[in-house]
Design a protein around this ligand. Sequence first.
Ligand SMILES: [Zn+2]
Length: 622
Amino acid sequence: MSRLFSLALLASSVVAQAPTVTTVYSSGSTQSRYDIVILGDGYQIQEQPRFNQDVQTLLTSLFQKQPYATFANYYNVHTVFRASVDSGADQPDVTPPIYKNTVYDATYNTGGTARCLYIQNTAQALADAALAPANEGRVLVMVNDSRYGGCASTFAVSYNGSSMAEVQIHEMGHSLGGLADEYDYPNQTYSGGEPSSPNITTSPTGQKWAHWHGTEGVSAFQGAGYYLYGLYRPKNNCLMRTLGVILCPVCREQISIRTNAVVNTIATFSPNTTNVSVSTPNQQIFSITHFVPATNNPVISWEVDGVPVTGANGPAFLLDSSTMSLGPHTVAVNVQDQTTQVRNDPAHAMRETQTWQVSINDPTAAQLRIPSFSMSQVWAQPGQSITLNAQIVNDGPAAAGPFAVEYFATTNQNWTPQSLYLGADQINGLAATQQLNLQRTVQLPWSLEPRVYYVYAVVDRADAVYETNENDNQRLSAFVGQTGPCGTHLEFVDPLTCPYDANSVPVATGGVVHPTVVAPCAVGSYYLVVWGCSGTTPGTPIAPGLTVPLNRDFCTDLGLIGLNGTWFANFFGVIDAQGLGRATFSLPANTGLQATPGHFAAMLMDAGGFSAVTNPVAITLQ
Ligand SMILES: [Zn+2]
C-alpha cells in the first residue's frame, strides 16, 4: 500500500469518527465556573452509552464527596466522545502483549508501573478537549477497560471498573488539587528537601498544616510521597493514600482553594459596567448577586475608597454623592466565603471582589486636564532652547474661565515650589469639550546639570477654575541634561524665576533674589556683579575687547559702595567648584527708593586681569 493511500484512509477514518461534544453538568456560565472536560478512550461507537453511564457514575460519586459536595454549584462538566476502533487499552506487560487501536492510545504499564494507565496520543486528547466550551486545563480520560489502573499528569486517567470513581477522584486530587500521593513504598527513606505539595512534609510535627492539628485526627504520620521514612502525611488515612476513604482536611482545603481561585462567585453586578459616573448630589445604587452557598456563611462587605463602610453588609449599597468630593473614587464589594473547608487562605481565593471606578462630577463644573505633553528633544545642553508641546482639554460640562498653564523642571518626580520655572501660558478660557494645543519654546538655564530632569506641565495650579477633579492637572515628561561648552553667563537661580533674566523686587516689602554667575571653565577666578539703572548700551569698556553691558551710574556706585554688605552679599567672590558665583541681592522694606528698572551684569578676573563679561539680566525695583 502506498504511503499516500494509507494517509487517505486515515483521514477518512477520522472524519467517520467525528466527536460528540455534550455539557453533562451545568452550574452556570463558563466564565464564572470551573470547567472540567471528560474524554473517553477505548469505547467503540456502540459503547457510547457505556461512556455516558461511566461519566454519570463518576459525577454522582464526585459530588457526594467533600469538598466537591460543598462546591457542587461551582463546576461545569463537558464530555467529548470520539469512538475508538477497538475496545479496551494496550497491555504490553501481559503474555502475549495486547495492543488496541484506540483514539488516545491508552496503555497500562506506563513508565514500567503495571497499574499506571495513561494515554500516549496526548496531542489528539488536547485537540479534542479544546472542542469543549471551556476547560481550566483539567481533562479526565475514562478508559474502557476492566483491568485496574490509573495515572495522572496533564490528564487524569482511570479505568472504568468498580473502583473507577475512587481512582478518578484520587487522580483529580493530583491534577486539580496539586496534591501529592500520601502512600509509601516499603523500606524507602526520603532525604530530599521540603516538598512543594501541601499535603506531605519533612516536618515530623506537620507545621505545614498546623492550622488543622486536632481536627479529624490531623497530626503528622510518617510514611508519605512513596517513602516509608522521612516524609509525613496529615492524617492516618486519606483518599490520596487509600481508595475508599475520604479526602483529609488538608487535601480538601487545597481543592477548595484551587477551585475558588478560578470561580467568580459574583454572578451579576449592577451597574454592570465598571466605570460609573454620578452627578452630585444624586444617589447611586450598587448591587450584586452571588452563588456562595448559604451554608458557607458568606459575608458581604462594601468599601468606598478602600475604607469599609460600617453596617454595609447587604447585597445592595446606596452611595450618596453629596457627601463625597468631586473626582475619581472606588466602590468595592467583597464576598467572603467562610466555608469550614478552608482555614488558611493567604491569597484570598475564598474572597471575591467587584470594584467600580466611580467618577463624581458636578454638572456646573469644568474639568481641565492635560491629555498629552511632550518635548522637542531628549537631550539638552545648558542655555539651549527646547520646545514644549502641551495639549489642554476641558472635559467638564461647564466652561472654564481664565487660567494659566505653567511649566516646571525638577530633578526628582515631585514638583515643589523650588523647581525650575520654565514659564507660563495665560489662557483666557476654554469652553466645554474644547481642546487647545500649546507650544512654548523655553531657554534652559546655564546652570543646568548633567542629569535627568523631569518637566511638568501644570494646568490651573492656582485653582482659579472650579473643577470636577482638581487632582489630574499635571503631566510629566523628561529630558537628560548634558555638559555644555565653556561660557560666562549671569542668571537668577531663584525658584519660579530661573532661567529668566527678568525679575522684580517690591520696594514696599523688600525681597531677595540670587544673581548667579555660571562659568564652568573658570573655577577659581574672581567675579564681580555690578548694578546699573540707565540701560545696557553703549556699556562700560573695562579692557580691550571687553565691555560690561551696563552704563555706569548712581546704582553702580551704590552697589560698589555696599559691595558684599547686607544688600549686595557675595557680589564679589570666587567661582566655586561647581563653576558658580553665588551672589545675593537683599532689598530691605521701605528704603525710600523709587521704582527703578535696571540690570545686573558680571565680569571675571584672573591673574592676567579682566578675562570675561556676562550678559545683562533685568532687575526692577517696583
Ligand atoms: Zn490528604
